[in-house]
Ligand binder design. Structure first.
Ligand SMILES: Nc1ncnc2c1ncn2[C@@H]1O[C@H](COP(=O)(O)OP(=O)(O)OP(=O)(O)O)[C@@H](O)[C@H]1O
Ligand SMILES: [Mg+2]
Length: 251
């Protein structure tokens, strides 16, 4: 467990395990005694190959799944931006969508509309607030999901594979917003194996392998372990194609 001294902690994960049945009727550990802590206001990239447990861990942190053992502590409500942005959009228009989330917490009428408009401005979707949601691009749909979470005042946002299906411009849009949210004090967790698009934004880097935490440190410490370790993690070593940490961001 990392020790942050007096630094406030946004997410604490203590010995979290979860098993599922496999095809042979036995069980496999999708998460195995995972422990770490994420400081408040930090930006953390969580990586690992397909099936390493990233999405499962984050649904547990957001309270959508229960761990079989271990526990989670969070300092505020945690909002999740799903990989499939379409599945998260319920309103006919962006404005309706953000207001829908607010109405579930009892905020309605002009108060909801004002809060929704403010959140849509933050993510750059105010001009499209009354356009049909299904016409939004992939990047815009992700930003709409972020607006809904911001309107609810959640202090921590976890984004599951926020770059999937996005082109260069879409990735830059997401990263611009990520940078702005990060400076405004929101705690951000990005789940991604697309390290070259985001690692330079992060202060923390965590790697899962087959449900176990195999690395927890700074991006620079992670890179300094070299290509063989990354190969073992199942993630392509980014510095074999990019020269330094500073180049590992699409912006
Ligand atoms: N509800 C469930 N029932 C059965 N198995 C599950 C369930 N949820 C997750 N798993 C299994 O747990 C493992 C971890 O899944 P998870 O979705 O967390 O991986 P991931 O690291 O997010 O992968 P990807 O990069 O493909 O998104 C996988 O083997 C998955 O099949
Ligand atoms: Mg996943």
């Amino acid at each position: 467990m990392a020790d942050f001294g007096k630094e406030a902690v946004a997410i604490e994960v203590h010995g979290v395990s979860k098993s599922f049945l496999n095809a042979e009727g036995g069980s496999f550990k999708a998460l195995d005694e995972v422990s770490f802590a994420i400081p408040k206001g930090s930006l953390c990239v969580v990586s690992g190959q397909n099936g390493s447990g990233k999405s499962l861990l984050m649904t547990i942190i957001a309270g959508l799944e229960k761990p079989a053992s271990g526990y989670i502590r969070t300092d505020s409500k945690v909002g999740l931006v799903f990989q499939d942005a379409d599945s998260q959009i319920l309103g006919e228009t962006p404005l309706e969508d953000v207001c829908f989330g607010l109405s579930n917490t009892g905020v309605r009428g002009s108060r909801a509309k004002d809060a929704a408009c403010e959140a849509l401005k933050k993510v750059g979707l105010y001009e499209k607030r009354n356009s049909p949601s299904h016409f939004l691009s992939g990047g815009e749909k992700r930003r709409l999901a972020i607006a809904s979470i911001l309107a609810l005042g959640f202090g921590t946002i976890i984004m599951d594979e926020p770059y999937s299906n996005l082109d260069y411009a879409g990735v830059k849009d997401v990263n611009k917003l990520v940078g702005e949210l990060s400076t405004s004090g929101v705690t951000l967790v990005i789940l991604s194996h697309e390290i070259e698009k985001c690692l330079a934004l992060a202060g923390r880097f965590i790697v899962l392998k087959k449900g176990r935490l195999v690395f927890d440190g700074t991006p620079q410490e992670g890179l300094s372990l070299g290509g063989e370790t990354w190969e073992d993690w199942g993630i392509r070593f980014p510095l074999s194609a990019y020269p330094s940490l500073d180049s590992l961001v699409w912006k």
